[in-house]
Write a protein that binds this ligand. Structure first.
Ligand code: LLP
Length: 433
């Protein structure tokens, strides 16, 4: 990744593009995504997972960064996608994404979303509750189709990460609890409906993880139920989905390569399948953050500077919590750099604040910047490629910034910036007033 970010003539370059020039050309704030950095991850996944374990699948978790352009990159490279809403399906259709390469996750898929997905021919449904079996069956009958089903289990393992992004612990709104009556209640339904084809089990234990032991523990719990399924129905589970959650680097955390997690998981999968006496199930994963996080940065123009003597100095930028909610929501930490003064010594401590009317609208609590920083300079905040654009809002009626794709010195819009007109387009004059 280091060559993607470089400093030349005192300026920050990203995938060969001078970031200061990007702001001149496209304005600010803007999200910038590096094609080369995304492809680094795609190629790593191909080399260390897809090519190494024939039949395995990667389904990129769209929620991290859902755009037509991202889907086009994935489609070209044989990477499937995981969607969780009709909105993500809509963008996938717009990108011409093949239906069979889509899997549908989510703890409360709406009947209309299920209908839409079945009619499009979505490849896999990750079942997250008993009623979904009925809804999918109904839609399949309506369209004369069959649906492949994976069952999401709650392995009961608490991975170590922020509380809001743990999903595998026992008390969770996600997955089917591993308890005989509930689990087999769901399985019986799947086996009963001939519109549904049981493919396998799915887990996702949390996000931003750096160790593999919680994955192994969860896989062990999952495989216990693969065994029970085999004993009860004589059915060998065809596929096991390990979910996503592979950590990314924001500041000092050291990102681990995919193989760090996947090698022990694949080894354990084989051991457990051999023990049960079934063929080794195909493996699939759903990485989101790790594929796009470091591939993105956000560029801002420095505005108001305000010093509270003896306490702190605020540096305000033209973005804020509406385009990056992660700091307010998870106390996430980021690093940044004054992009047009990139090699000046960093001697001045500032708090980077947004333009929203909210005291918690801070993007970086303490950032060291160069002494000469002033209004009009360009600030880059790094590692914003995941869950930045996708979680943006219109708070204070701020338009969602555009996304620029950069590739070896070239650039173009991937998503155009929202306009005031678009924000207000559904505002109508009400007759009751
Ligand atoms: N699969 C499932 C079923 C998921 O729920 C998620 C994320 C993923 C895959 C992808 O996980 P990843 O590889 O990105 O860690 N908004 C939060 C993250 C929420 C993650 C929700 N589920 C954040 O900004 O940190």
């Amino acid at each position: 990744m280091s060559e993607i970010r470089e400093i030349k003539n005192g300026r920050l370059y990203f995938d060969g593009c001078d970031t200061t020039e990007l702001v001149k050309q496209y304005g600010s704030p803007i999200y910038v995504m590096s094609y080369t950095a995304i492809m680094d991850r795609v190629n790593e996944l191909k080399r260390d997972f897809l090519d190494k374990y024939p039949g395995s699948r990667v389904a990129y978790a769209s929620k991290a960064f859902c755009t037509v352009g991202m889907y086009e990159i994935l489609k070209k490279n044989g990477i499937c996608i995981d969607i969780v809403s009709g909105g993500e399906l809509y963008v996938a259709k717009k990108a011409g994404f093949p239906a069979e390469m889509i899997e549908f996750n989510g703890n409360n898929k709406l009947p209309s979303e299920i209908d839409d997905a079945v009619s499009y021919g979505v490849g896999r449904f990750i079942l997250d509750g008993i009623n979904e079996a009925e809804l999918i069956d109904e839609a399949c009958k309506k369209y004369g189709k069959k649906a492949k089903i994976m069952v999401r289990i709650t392995p009961g393992v608490a991975a170590s990460t922020h509380d809001y992004i743990i999903t595998g612990k026992k008390d969770s709104k996600f997955g089917i609890p591993l308890e005989e009556e509930t689990f087999f209640g769901v399985m019986d339904k799947i086996m009963k409906y001939d519109t549904l084809e049981f493919e396998g089990l799915h887990m996702h234990i949390g996000s931003q993880l750096f160790e593999y032991d919680a994955y192994i523990k969860s896989l062990d719990a999952l495989m216990d139920w693969v065994k029970k399924i085999y004993e009860k129905y004589g059915v060998a589970t065809k596929e096991v989905n390990f979910g996503g959650g592979f950590g990314a680097t924001y500041i000092n955390e050291e990102r681990k390569p995919y193989s760090f997690f996947l090698e022990p998981l694949m080894k354990r999968l084989k051991e457990r399948a051999d023990e049960i006496g079934i063929p080794v199930p195909l493996a699939s994963i759903e990485p989101g953050r790790s594929m796009v996080c470091e591939a993105g940065l956000t560029l801002y123009t420095v505005g108001q500077m305000k010093e509270i003597k003896g306490i702190r100095e605020y540096l305000a930028i033209d973005g804020g919590m509406y385009e990056n909610m992660r700091v307010a929501l998870y106390q996430a930490e980021y690093d940044g750099l004054i992009a047009n003064k990139a090699d000046e010594p960093k001697t001045r401590k500032v708090s980077v604040t947004g333009k929203c009317c909210e005291s918690g609208d801070i993007l970086i609590n303490d950032l060291m910047v160069c002494d000469s920083v002033e209004r009009g300079d360009i600030l880059a905040i790094f590692s914003t490629g995941a869950y930045g654009y996708s979680m943006a809002s219109n708070y204070n009626n701020n338009p969602v910034p555009g996304v620029v794709l950069v590739k070896e010195g070239q650039s173009e819009w991937l998503v155009k910036p929202e306009t005031y007109e678009q924000i207000a387009q559904n505002q109508v004059h009400c007759t009751l007033i």
